[in-house]
Design a protein around this ligand. Structure first.
Ligand code: ASP
Ligand code: MG
Length: 426
């Protein structure tokens, strides 16, 4: 059996839903499980709505109306006169509305309320896709992923209980998949108590990998608006090249360092069962895209990952001690507590430096906590460039008009923290 995953961009409007349905209809009508994300920018819009709801802002209902209207427009375009197939979407609207009418429960953690509400993005999109498929004569079956993906109670970043999850998935889907296409949601799961959880932003790729792992799928296809995995993000780089074949190891490294094409957690569950992952374009479904699998040869060309808006922070112990285990464990402890992800680290005898995304909301608290023991210096507006399978020529090329602040090389990967001399006029 196969797992397909369609992201938000692919189902952003009625035209997108038709394209997705077309791709599904080309497949065997059984042995296909389809994971779908929320439509377009819905998750971002829901995040705004949730913030407003929790702060009891006056515009809460307007923010919801906007989301509802966008979905209704898609339904109208898809359904035409007779909207009966889409009835369950309206039930979901009603559920959200009854939730929003209640005051936020002061005894429930905001992150739990977030998960409960944000999950409607995926519930709505999958109901719409499923209804459209049914209306077009395909006998697809909608499944609530919250019944199958079991996580702990870490809201907004649920940790998957693999044993339970695989049991639920095989028990409820193995037979169903021999007769129908199954449509389900990315990103969402639930705790043992039945509370909705999510797997972290952009987690739908990971969901696809979980289903594939448990069902021992013969392949997973992530359908995107790019031709496959490219050696750099076209946003920052003119001459990108599509990579035809990629090893699991290279794919993990690229995703880990920030290539946004695949969610980093996606690869391992597939690699463990030797399931190939295809990245293909839903705009050109006839093209092969990229296949990630158990290959011999490494990346044939250097790959680049650019992270903008980086801050380089250095910690110098005030008591003139050296940087050692004790200092480091204090620093790491605070980073974990404030949820600040370290993109690169480096130490000398008397200082420890990290590059992080510039998130003033999180960094302010973190730095004030560490200020007592460390003299802290920092440098903002930087870029972090990671090159996998680098050579001297490629390093030279990316350093044109850049001032190099940190360089870190391992056998296959180099990371450079740089300041762009053009934009800063230095
Ligand atoms: N809709 C969720 C998000 O935007 C999950 C996903 O797209 O993978 O983060
Ligand atoms: Mg999304």
């Amino acid at each position: 059996m196969q797992v397909f995953k369609f992201g938000g961009a692919s189902v952003r409007d009625a035209h997108g839903v038709r394209t997705v349905a077309g791709i599904i209809q080309q497949q065997n009508p059984n042995q296909l499980l389809v994971v779908v994300s929320a439509m377009g920018e819905t998750t971002n819009a829901l995040e705004q709505l949730i913030g407003a709801y929790l702060r009891r802002q006056d515009n809460t209902y307007d923010l919801w109306q906007r989301i509802r209207t966008q979905h209704e427009q898609v339904i109208q375009e898809l359904a035409g006169e007779d909207q009966t197939a889409f009835g369950q979407v309206y039930d979901l609207f009603a559920e959200v509305e009854s939730l929003l009418q209640r005051e936020p429960d002061p005894y429930t953690k905001p992150d739990q309320i977030y998960d409960q509400l944000v999950s409607y993005g995926e519930l709505l999109s999958t109901r719409i896709v499923n209804a459209y498929l049914n209306q077009s004569g395909l006998d697809s079956y909608w499944v609530d992923a919250r019944r199958l993906i079991r996580t702990d109670a870490s809201y907004r970043e649920g940790k998957v209980d693999w044993k339970q999850t695989c049991e639920y998935i095989t028990d409820s889907l193995a037979e169903l998949l021999s007769t129908s296409v199954v449509i389900t949601q990315g990103f969402i799961g639930s705790t043992g108590e039945g509370n909705t959880t999510t797997l972290g932003r952009d987690g739908s790729d990971y969901t696809a990998a979980i289903f594939a792992h448990c069902l021992e799928a013969s392949g997973v296809t992530i359908w995107k608006d790019v031709p496959g995995v490219l050696n750099a993000d076209p946003k920052w780089f003119d001459e990108t090249v599509k990579i035809d074949q990629l090893t699991y190891q290279d794919a993990i490294e690229l995703a880990y360092y920030g290539a946004t094409v695949i969610h980093p957690k996606t690869i391992k569950p597939l690699q463990n069962k030797n399931i190939p992952l295809y990245v293909r374009s839903f705009l050109h479904p006839q093209n092969a895209g990229t296949v990630i699998g158990n290959f011999e040869q490494r990346l044939p060309i250097p790959s680049f990952i650019f992270k903008m808006n980086q801050t380089l922070i250095s910690f110098h112990p005030k008591d003139f001690s050296f940087i050692a285990e004790e200092n480091l464990s204090k620093i790491f402890g605070q980073f974990a507590e404030f949820g600040v992800k370290i993109n690169l680290m480096q130490n000398t005898a008397i200082s420890f430096s990290v590059a992080v995304d510039n998130r003033p909301d999180r960094l302010a608290g973190l730095l004030s906590r560490l200020q007592e023991e460390f003299r802290i210096t920092y440098n903002e507006g930087l870029e972090l460039i990671t090159i996998r399978h680098y050579d001297d020529k490629t390093i030279e090329r990316v350093l044109v008009n850049k001032k190099l602040l940190v360089e870190q090389k391992s056998r296959y990967t180099v990371q450079l923290v740089v300041k762009d001399l053009n934009t800063h006029g230095l």
